[in-house]
Ligand binder design. Structure first.
Ligand code: TMP
Ligand code: ASP
Length: 242
């Protein structure tokens, strides 16, 4: 980014810069990948650009479906302009199929189709390793009101319906995903962060047999190889469908 803009925040996969309009920010998507709270790190050339383009397309789809998001427009292929928000320190995970940490922490078998979506909420705190948190603890910590928590949960359920049917049309199964929300200058809740194969599990439905083919960050988590090819395939399918 042009150095007239101040770096406000650097996360594991993105940098946030100031904008001349104080209500906006630039979000630059990095090529870095981390997993297991950054115990595992790598760089994939082109990942930042792919995640930025995929997220922009998904945010546009959600806006069209009346979901308020922070996305405004693309500045270039790896940078978006977004509304500045105060990020709520919670990670909202919605699961349609049991996989990942749910199966490590419970006796539910991997691949079980859940009768209704499961919402797991984690405290966004790297030092504490993003622990699973309860509604009562959220209230105790004064993170947000119970009505705003309900609002976020309802938005997440609605986003799931929109994304599940969109991804199905492009032969992808939406297994689970993670969302983050924040407050804008008017105190409205907006969907923030990104929606990309870094924070969604997407399985390829175009396979002939029942084997699971992950087209998401599990490729990196599990050292499967071909991450850029998989993310490019997701971007290609999205572009062909819009
Ligand atoms: P999990 O099974 O590891 O809890 O992950 C559930 C979903 O949340 C999966 O789509 C990956 C995503 N996720 C993130 O985006 N960031 C994280 O830090 C974690 C742990 C998961
Ligand atoms: N996002 C987390 C990390 O950076 C964990 C993950 O996605 O698996 O380590």
């Amino acid at each position: 980014m042009n150095n007239k803009y101040e770096l406000i925040y650097e996360g594991k996969a993105k940098k946030v810069f100031s904008h001349e309009d104080l209500d906006k920010v630039f979000i630059e998507f990095k090529d870095d990948a981390t997993a297991f709270n950054a115990l595992k790190k790598a760089k994939f050339e082109g990942k930042g650009k792919l995640n930025c383009l995929i997220s922009a397309s998904i945010f546009k789809l959600l806006e069209k479906n009346k979901i308020p998001t922070h996305f405004l427009e693309l500045k270039n292929e790896h940078t978006m302009i977004a509304q500045r928000i105060d990020v709520i320190p919670l990670e909202i995970v919605l699961r349609n199929i049991a996989y990942g940490s749910l199966c490590k922490q419970t006796t539910i078998n991997s691949g079980t189709i859940l009768k209704k979506p499961l919402i797991d909420i984690y405290l966004k705190n790297d030092e504490l390793n993003d622990p699973l948190i309860t509604k009562d603890r959220i209230e105790l910590m004064n993170i947000l009101s119970s009505s705003d928590l309900d609002l976020i949960i309802n938005l997440t359920l609605k986003i799931n319906l929109i994304l599940k049917s969109f991804f199905k049309k492009i032969q992808l199964q939406l297994v689970d995903f993670k969302l983050e929300f924040g407050y804008d200058a008017n105190n409205e809740i907006l969907l923030g962060d990104e929606i990309s194969p870094d924070n969604c599990r997407l399985w390829d439905l175009s396979q002939k047999n029942d084997t699971i083919v992950s087209l998401d960050k599990d490729i990196f988590r599990n050292d499967l190889g071909g991450l850029i090819e998989a993310y490019s395939e997701i971007n290609r399918r999205i572009n062909n469908s819009i």
